[in-house]
Design a protein around this ligand. Structure first.
Ligand SMILES: NC(=O)c1ccc[n+]([C@@H]2O[C@H](COP(=O)([O-])OP(=O)(O)OC[C@H]3O[C@@H](n4cnc5c(N)ncnc54)[C@H](OP(=O)(O)O)[C@@H]3O)[C@@H](O)[C@H]2O)c1
Length: 338
């Protein structure tokens, strides 16, 4: 096999506070050759996820990504070589390939993808965030038709799907985002009943007005002050789906909280439950079948936010944490096919 240059983004330093470009550096190396049972994957698309920032700090479900490591990230790529791995060259896979053009990976660490429509779907609505929305809402939140579902980071990858699934299920849906432009997308394109801005000085009043009958299910993507406010609007026997804490990732010192726990949980008999999408790996096919049908019949719209070029991955992550993205943020690393 001819030698392949492998551009990669390394972690240069562990952030002490807000993430900046100085925490990364780009370098060119040489792509490895697959050993027995391994594949060489060419990255096509890179998923930019809030969790990327949390992995740099540690205290998550995976090992901390440290200075000197290739920055970790979920990749959708093409298998360009294999060595007895049983995965065909030319097939697409998703894998923890990192922020680089090529990755050598053991076959058991790649998941073959049966492509439906655009490749981008497989990092979004048919990928981790779509499945997170599906299982988090239906299995953890368990909404009933007619109930009020509140979701934060509602114009993001997970939140935009959660809100639409709740609408499809017959719920009243209220979104929280950080801008009027995003809220307009939610109400005019995605069928949310209302959307409010967490940056507004009148946020608590806006929340009361948007949820006149209280909140039955709060799908929490952000934690922090939005969770504090939502807790106060929960109805008796409400459910809080703890999906993520993006408001607390971009710091070495996350705030204490939430305020009101356990008092409000006891008096309102709330269920507050965390989950990881990986818990549902055995049921992904079920989730994918439903998501694919809703996309096919037009009731579920995917919002996509594609940034061009691997070198822009650090800026793409910083922008995601700042709320720049509308929908699933992806970095295009290379063409679908060479
Ligand atoms: N449990 C799981 O298995 C699982 C799987 C995937 C993702 N997640 C979690 O789900 C959440 C959403 O992830 P995603 O990939 O869908 O990202 P995303 O929503 O597409 O992007 C993150 C969004 O968070 C919002 N945000 C940032 N800082 C905030 C703050 N201080 N307060 C309120 N909102 C803030 C921003 O939008 P606005 O401020 O404009 O709303 C930003 O666009 C994250 O917490 C992630 O860790 C969990």
């Amino acid at each position: 096999m001819a030698e392949l240059t492998n551009r990669r983004i390394m972690v240069a330093a562990t952030p002490e506070g807000e993430l900046s470009e100085s925490h990364f550096r780009a370098e060119d190396g040489v792509a490895g050759e697959p050993g027995p049972g391994e594949v060489l994957v060419r990255s096509v698309l890179l998923s930019i996820d809030p969790a990327n920032r949390a992995w740099l700090q540690g205290r998550t479900y995976r090992e901390q990504v440290r200075p000197g490591d290739v920055m970790a990230g979920l990749v959708l790529g093409e298998v360009v070589a294999e060595n007895g791995a049983g995965i065909p060259v030319g097939g697409y896979v998703t894998a923890d390939g990192g922020w680089q053009q090529y990755a050598v990976l053991p076959a058991k660490r790649v998941a073959p993808v049966e492509v439906v429509g655009d490749l981008t779907h497989h990092l979004g609505v048919f990928g981790m965030t779509g499945l997170t929305a599906y299982f988090g809402l239906f299995d953890v939140g368990r909404p009933a038709a007619g109930e009020t579902v509140l979701v934060s980071a509602a114009a993001g990858a997970t939140g935009s799907v959660v809100g639409q699934l709740a609408r499809i299920h017959g719920c009243r849906v209220v979104g929280v985002t950080g801008s009027a432009a995003k809220n307009e997308v939610l109400t005019s394109r995605l069928g949310f009943d209302a959307a409010i801005d967490h940056r507004s000085p009148t946020f608590a009043d806006d929340l009361r007005e948007a949820c006149p009958n209280g909140v039955d299910v709060y799908f929490d993507n952000v934690g922090g002050p939005v969770l504090d406010a939502a807790l106060r609007r929960m109805n008796t026997h409400g459910r809080i789906v703890c999906c993520g804490v993006v408001s607390q990732y971009d710091t070495a010192a996350p705030a204490a909280g939430p305020d009101g726990v356990p008092g409000l949980v006891v008096t309102k008999r709330l269920r507050m439950e965390g989950f990881l999408v990986f818990d549902y790996a055995k049921r992904y096919a079920e989730g994918l079948a439903s998501l694919a049908e809703w996309v096919r019949n037009g009731s579920l719209i995917e919002l996509l936010d594609v940034v061009e070029g691997l070198d822009n991955a650090p800026r793409a992550l910083m922008g995601l944490l700042a709320g720049e993205n509308v929908g699933k943020r992806i970095v295009r690393v290379g063409p679908d096919r060479l």
